[in-house]
Design a protein around this ligand. Structure first.
Ligand SMILES: C[S@@+](CC[C@H](N)C(=O)[O-])C[C@H]1O[C@@H](n2cnc3c(N)ncnc32)[C@H](O)[C@@H]1O
Length: 213
């Protein structure tokens, strides 16, 4: 199921600031050469991530699920001076390509790219984050939230992607990934430490603000 009507999506993109040439190239290359290009955030969502980051001006960003680096570069656009983005991905096959894109962006020194399982890497991070983007394997979304919530400052924002899962969250007989997303959405809705709003952008972004420690 397309969440947004195709024509509305096109109109929204036409009235959204364009991607940089580098982001366009990553988008094109990912679609031409990498499997599952649908995972890439893309133009509209990328600009949303960049805009949210620019509003927060974070010192520290954590991204779980780098893929080809598109969303990391969008989020990094909002970093404060001297800020840093940590991004984690388990897929070592994409490492060279991703590092090369971070170099091309001229901000490799602001990006700490970790290759490995986020479940084991997150507990080793000692930073306090202003902004976190959860966009890795769906079955671990609830675990990722539990691992990061104490590492977010009060007032900090967690964004979780694909929370509408192509509309499957409201269909009968959910599969394993859908059940995990449904459980995650339910868990956040019930958590007194956060306020949340589900934005029906692309595949759904749950925007979560930590209101108490
Ligand atoms: C949807 S893609 C990320 C897309 C990217 N954020 C973007 O918008 O361009 C999900 C990524 O999560 C990674 N991933 C899956 N399980 C993981 C894990 N346990 N730890 C770290 N990364 C994982 C996959 O290798 C994949 O590249």
């Amino acid at each position: 199921m397309n969440i947004i009507d195709e024509n509305i999506q096109r109109y929204a993109e036409q009235h959204t600031s364009p991607e940089s040439d580098l982001l366009k190239k990553i988008n094109r290359d990912t679609h031409a050469k990498v499997s599952m290009p649908r995972m890439l955030s893309g133009h509209l969502q990328g600009r949303v991530l960049s805009m949210i980051s620019a509003m927060i001006r974070p010192q520290r960003i954590l991204e779980i699920g780098t893929y080809t680096g598109y969303s990391a570069l969008c989020l990094a656009e909002g970093l404060a001076t001297g800020g840093k983005l940590v991004t984690i991905d388990i897929n070592e096959e994409l490492e060279t390509k991703v590092r090369s894109s971070f170099n091309d962006a001229g901000i490799a020194d602001q990006i700490d790219f970790r290759v490995g399982d986020a479940i084991s890497i997150i507990p080793t991070l000692n930073d306090t984050f202003d902004l976190i983007f959860i966009d890795a394997d769906k079955e671990n979304y609830s675990r990722y939230f539990d691992l990061v919530i104490d590492k977010v400052r009060e007032g900090g924002i967690i964004l979780a992607d694909n929370v509408l899962w192509s509309g499957k969250v409201i269909q009968d007989k959910p599969d394993k990934d859908t059940r995990a997303i449904i459980e995650f959405n339910r868990k956040i809705q019930a958590d007194q430490r956060v306020e949340n709003v589900l934005l029906p952008i692309r595949d759904g972004i749950l925007m979560i603000r930590k209101v108490s420690l």
